[in-house]
Design a protein around this ligand. Structure first.
Ligand code: ZN
Length: 132
């Protein structure tokens, strides 16, 4: 039998998705750090997993919906995490660049996102996007 190719995680960790972000998306375990949550949310965008994005969004900022199911134009190309810091046990931030294409045109989004620990679950609070 031919070995199945390992599916590397779309978050760019170079680890198999099944040992990286997928268990988080499947609700098998919470993200251990703000960076892990940020990576898993990127993968949720790649896979169009809107419920995961909404459930890991701080309630006060959470949109009603993201319309991901209707968005067939955006193609996610990759993620680079520049740094991740935790101010304390319950707050952290991650600066990253996500690359994507919309109808063949390449875009790049650099954002510093803030995260907060709620119980055992890190949630996305908000982010500041850097103008290109
Ligand atoms: Zn991952």
């Amino acid at each position: 039998m031919k070995a199945k190719p390992v599916d590397l995680c779309p978050c760019g960790s170079q680890r198999p998705a099944s040992a990286c972000c997928l268990p988080l998306l499947d609700g098998l375990r919470p993200a251990a750090t703000p960076e892990a949550l940020m990576r898993s949310r990127y993968v949720a965008y790649v896979l169009g997993n809107e419920p995961y994005l909404l459930r890991t969004w701080a309630a006060e900022n959470r949109p009603d919906s993201l319309g991901l199911a209707d968005d067939t134009a955006t193609k996610w190309l990759g993620l680079t995490v520049h740094h991740a810091r935790q101010a304390n046990d319950r707050e952290g931030e991650v600066r990253f660049t996500a690359r994507y294409k919309v109808q063949g045109k390449a875009h790049r989004l650099t954002e510093t996102s803030r995260f907060r620990l709620e119980g055992e679950q890190w949630v996305y609070v908000d982010g500041v996007i850097e103008e290109a």
